[in-house]
Design a protein around this ligand. Structure first.
Ligand SMILES: *Cc1c(COP(=O)(O)O)cnc(C)c1O
Length: 384
């Protein structure tokens, strides 16, 4: 019997999502409109009544809008981690600012707070921590440091729905902005999409305007308010980053199941931890006691006593028809970042060491117990 390939990631789209998309298509309003408004207000309700949620067409767009609203511009320095996806740092360059990369903490795989402190200069304008894999960064220490220096903080929360930090959901912490991703393989999806969350009304207003060409009211309001429908004013050279109602239709129903998705992912993480306990494999770091891990990724690290290197391990997994990935090829190894900012692997020993040994295994709500067992068996064969 030939087994089918088990993909590294798959979204879980239900009949409710499909019905809502059809309803939207039939309604005649397919761009930003009532479904986006509903998704935004549902998202705020999910997190906390005192935050404002702004739908955008990707997390990358949200991160760009967030930095812009924080006033980051030419020559400003923004500190972030090398151990992330390129989107976290590219938005800094969009604004002509300078990314300052620091290493991660060996215990959390998130940004190292002491390294952040050492990287602060008079030009540091903002810090972008990443909740790697869905486990919260040490936000308590980071916020203390940032407020002591008067530096803004925007969380790259692309992995972090739902994640808690010291008992509070990411999105409700004391940072200025959090940005979530609904890309196809994230913990929930809208196909492409993102959500910028803030408590700051000035930031919310700026983002609302800049996500749609810098116009002083969005198209939906334009057609429902008392002003003449044709009238608008352009107040800044904004962007085209609005979310569509088609995307929001998917998001509304994904969000309703996000806790169930998290429980399923957490259960798979528990099964993996138990199954690999006797192998030369370091499991992913657990959250601080009592906190919730979103389990976007399950990243193992091959130990020194494993009989196989990372690349051969992944080849072995693919030979057994199990998809794997690597999170991340650190930014300091990519030609653009490495050459532009003269980054070397010696500057980021922890990230470099993780990169050389890490493998991300499949972890998603659609996996059956049989799928999990297949991964476990494949791992046991691959470690040799
Ligand atoms: C996925 C991801 C992004 C970008 O999300 P998009 O919605 O695809 O733009 C940004 N940062 C991190 C850490 C990510 O994993």
């Amino acid at each position: 019997m030939t087994q089918e390939f088990l993909p590294f990631a798959l979204p879980e789209i239900g009949d409710d999502e499909i019905a809502e998309v059809i309803d939207t298509l039939r309604s005649g309003w397919v761009t930003t409109g009532p479904k986006v408004s509903q998704f935004e207000s549902d998202f705020s309700k999910f997190l906390s009544s005192d935050v404002e949620s702004l739908g955008v067409n990707s997390a990358t767009a949200g991160l760009h809008l967030g930095l812009e609203a924080l006033g980051v511009g030419l020559g400003d320095e923004v500190i972030t981690t090398t151990h992330t996806f390129t989107a976290t740092a590219e938005v800094i360059r969009y604004l002509g600012a300078i990314p300052v990369f620091v290493d991660v903490d060996v215990n959390s795989l998130c940004i190292n707070i002491a390294a952040v402190e050492a990287a602060i200069t008079l030009r540091t304008k903002a810090i972008i921590p990443v909740h790697f894999a869905g486990r919260a960064a040490d936000m308590g220490a980071l916020m203390k440091l940032a407020s002591r220096h008067g530096i803004k903080v925007m969380e790259d929360a692309a992995h972090a729905l739902p994640t808690t930090c010291e008992g509070k959901l990411v999105g409700t912490l004391d940072s200025d902005i959090s940005v979530f991703s609904f890309y196809a393989n994230k913990t929930m999806t809208t196909g492409e999409g993102g959500m910028l969350v803030t408590r700051n009304q000035d930031i919310a207003e700026r983002v609302r305007m800049m996500r749609l060409h810098g116009m002083n009211c969005d198209a939906f309001n334009r057609f429902t308010s008392k002003k003449p429908s044709w009238y608008y004013e352009v107040l800044a050279p904004g962007y085209k980053y609005n979310m569509t109602d088609v995307a929001a239709s998917i998001g509304i129903h994904q969000l309703r199941r996000i806790r169930v998705f998290q429980q399923k992912r957490a259960r798979i993480a528990d099964l993996y931890d138990a199954a690999f306990a006797d192998l030369p494999i370091a499991p992913p770091p657990r959250p601080v006691q009592g906190d919730m891990h979103a389990w976007y990724l399950y990243v193992i690290q091959l130990g020194d006593d494993a009989c196989v290197n990372r690349d051969d391990f992944i080849d072995q997994m693919f030979a057994q028809k199990v998809g794997c990935s690597v999170h991340y090829i650190p930014l300091h190894l990519h030609p653009y970042w490495r050459d532009t900012y003269r980054l070397t692997r010696e500057m980021f020993p922890i990230s470099q060491q993780i990169y050389e040994r890490c493998v991300s295994l499949p972890i998603y709500s659609k996996m059956t117990d049989n799928d999990v067992e297949r991964v476990v068996r494949a791992v046991r064969v691959a470690v040799g």
